[in-house]
Write a protein that binds this ligand. Structure first.
Ligand code: SG4
Ligand code: ZN
Length: 262
């Protein structure tokens, strides 16, 4: 509904601010985490609610990424949500999507300049604002979990459900299926969620709204080359292969980054 509707592509992300002034802001994402500069902080553990449940879901190629959301008519009471982890409020799941690139440079965030092959974003909105759209204008409106994805020899079993892209190669295609690709969010989390980086940033696409409390776990999850190739086969808005949907690293401009080390 009130999501930012913008046409953009990844040929020249430096130019996004010509159409969307937010993108030139001073609290933009993604960033690099320099472990010499982070403030080590003792955050409580995250609480993941309903992360083990399976919902009817739909998978969409929106021309910028592949996005999974829950098809639900109900109120968000039973939807997956997160709290703790240093968040003041409870945040409810909206959607998840992926970023990938060529070679080993597909993650948006990096740690000491080290990038990973891809990155998963699990997007949540602050339940105190009642809806995603109402949360969007607030600096504490969204909480995104960033999960680094490392190329490994073996398939990630959790992606076996998510990689059914044959019918969504072209943008604006959606597939809904009660169970075939539904996956409990818990299966997509890294083995440890106790160690993570935290900072205040933005959406990594236009409108670049500075309303995201970012958590990037330092333990990655796995993907195989075969699975990564499926992401790279998807087409973008112009019908060209979406080979890269990674925004370049943004400057900190004095922001603090913190790290919870378990
Ligand atoms: C992707 O383009 C998603 O498809 C967008 O979702 C998302 O925007 C955007 O990334 C930015 O999110 O976690 N990378 S990010 O900062 O969640 C929003 C939609 O366009 C608003 C629905
Ligand atoms: Zn994202």
């Amino acid at each position: 509904a009130a999501r930012p509707k913008t046409h953009f592509d990844y040929t020249d992300p430096q130019k996004w601010d010509e159409h969307e002034s937010n993108c030139a802001g001073l609290h933009q994402s993604p960033i690099n985490f320099n472990t010499d500069e982070v403030v080590v902080t003792n955050y409580p553990k995250f609480t993941f609610e309903n992360y083990n449940l399976v919902f009817p879901e739909s998978l969409e190629n929106n021309g910028h990424t592949v996005e999974l959301k829950i098809d639900s008519e109900d109120d968000d009471e039973d939807l997956p949500s997160i709290s703790g982890g240093g968040l003041t409020d409870r945040y409810s799941f909206v959607q998840l999507h992926f970023h990938w690139g060529e070679g080993l440079l597909g993650s948006e965030h990096s740690i000491n300049r080290q990038k990973y092959s891809a990155e998963l974003h699990i997007v949540h909105y602050n339940t105190k604002y009642g809806s995603f759209a109402n949360a969007l204008p607030h600096p504490d409106g969204l909480a995104v979990l960033g999960i680094l994805i490392e190329l490994q020899a073996r398939d990630n079993i959790a992606f076996r459900h998510l990689e059914q892209f044959d019918n969504i190669i072209d943008p604006s295609r959606t597939i809904s299926d009660p169970l075939d690709f539904s996956v409990p969010l818990a299966d997509l989390l890294p083995d440890s969620t106790e160690s993570f980086f935290r900072y205040n940033g933005s959406l990594t696409t236009p409108g670049c709204n500075e309303d995201v409390i970012w958590t990037v776990f330092d333990t990655p999850i796995a993907i195989s080359l075969r699975q990564l190739a499926k992401f790279r086969q998807l087409n973008d808005e112009n019908g060209m292969p979406l080979k890269n949907n990674v925004r370049p690293t943004q400057m900190l401009h004095g922001r603090e980054t913190s790290q919870m080390i378990s």
